[in-house]
Design a protein around this ligand. Sequence first.
Ligand SMILES: NC(=O)c1ccc[n+]([C@@H]2O[C@H](COP(=O)([O-])OP(=O)(O)OC[C@H]3O[C@@H](n4cnc5c(N)ncnc54)[C@H](OP(=O)(O)O)[C@@H]3O)[C@@H](O)[C@H]2O)c1
Length: 332
Amino acid sequence: MKAIIWTNYGPPEVLQLQEVAKPVPADNEVLVKIHATTVTTGDCEMRNLRFPYWVRIPMRAYVGLRKPTRMRIPGTYLAGEVEAIGKDVERFQVGDAVFGSSGMGFGTYAQYVALPEKEAIAIKPASLSYEEAAPVALGGLEALHFLRKAKIQPGEKVLINGAGGSIGTFGVQLAKHFGAAVTAVDSADKLEMLRSIGADKVIDYTQEDFTQNGELYDVVFDIIGKSPFTGTVRSLRPNGRYLIANPSGLLQFIRGKWASRRSSKRVIFEITSPKREDLVFLAGLMEAGGIKTVIDRRYSLEQIVEAHRYVETGQKKGNVIISINAGGQAVV
Ligand SMILES: NC(=O)c1ccc[n+]([C@@H]2O[C@H](COP(=O)([O-])OP(=O)(O)OC[C@H]3O[C@@H](n4cnc5c(N)ncnc54)[C@H](OP(=O)(O)O)[C@@H]3O)[C@@H](O)[C@H]2O)c1
C-alpha cells in the first residue's frame, strides 16, 4: 500500500511517499481502507517536535529519540471502510463505513490502517461524506469535551479564542447548539467564515485585545493557549469558566488553581482522550444538520508536503483534508 513515511523530525520534506506492506489485523483489530484523513496543526507540531519541553521529552521517548523510529506513519484522524476484521472483533463488520481516531498509534496517512476495535471509532452517518467525517475526532471531540466541562446555560456569553481552526470551528457551532451567544476571536481572513457558521460577534485579535474592551463573558474557551491569563480571568463574570486547551506549563497551572480558589471563577485545564460515545453524539448532531465540518482545502496523499506547508502558514480555515483511494488526483 501507499503510505507517508516520517523519515526524521523536521520540515515538511521529511514526509515521503513510499510503498509499504499492507497491515494485517490482529484478532482484536479492524482493517480500515482509509478514504480521508486530515492534516492538523498538531501533526505539524509533532512532525518537528515543536512542543514545550514538558511535552517534547516524553514525545521523543515515545516516538524515537533521534528519529521517529517507533512511529513510522503519521496521522491520527480518519474516515474509511472496514475491509477485514480479526476473529475477536464484535462491534464492526466488513463493509461498515467508520470514522474516528487511531489515538497514539498514528498511521492514518496511508491507504490502510489496522486499529484495535476499542479505539475511538464509530459508524459514520450515511449523510456525511468521508471528508466531512475525518476531522470530527479532533475538532468535534476536543470542542465537545471542553464545552461540556463549562456546563453552558442557554443565553450565556461564550468567547472562543483561536476559533477559526479545526477545534474552533466545531467549538463555535457546539456553543451555539448549547444556546450560547458566541464571540469568535481569530485573524481577519477567518472572520467571515466564522460569521457564516453562527458566531454572533467576531474579533480580529491582531486589531483588538478581547481582555481590554470591557466585555465580560461566562465562558472563555482558549484553544491555542495564547490568552493573557490575568486579563482573561478579569474578563469573566462571577461563576465564569476559563477553559484552557493548550496549557503553556506548570506556572499557568498553579495560577489557575490559585485563581479558582480565590473567587467563584474556575480555570479548567484538561488533557482529553477521545471517547467513542462522544463520536456517536456528534454523528447524531451532524446527521440532524446541527453542525458541519468546515473544509478549506483538499490534497492527495502524494501532495502531503504541500498540505503540511499550507497548514503551517496558519491560513487554514477549519480543516485540511487528505483524500485517499480516490484516484490520487491533485485536488486543492
Ligand atoms: N491531537 C491534536 O492535534 C490536538 C489535540 C488537541 C489540541 N491540540 C492543539 O490545540 C491547538 C489548536 O488546535 P487546532 O487544530 O484547532 O489549530 P488550528 O486549526 O491551527 O487553529 C488555531 C487558530 O488559532 C488562530 N490563532 C493563532 N494565534 C492566535 C491568537 N494569538 N489569538 C487568537 N487566535 C489565534 C490561528 O489563526 P492565525 O494563524 O491566522 O493567527 C488558527 O485559526 C494546536 O496547538 C494543537 O496542537 C492539538
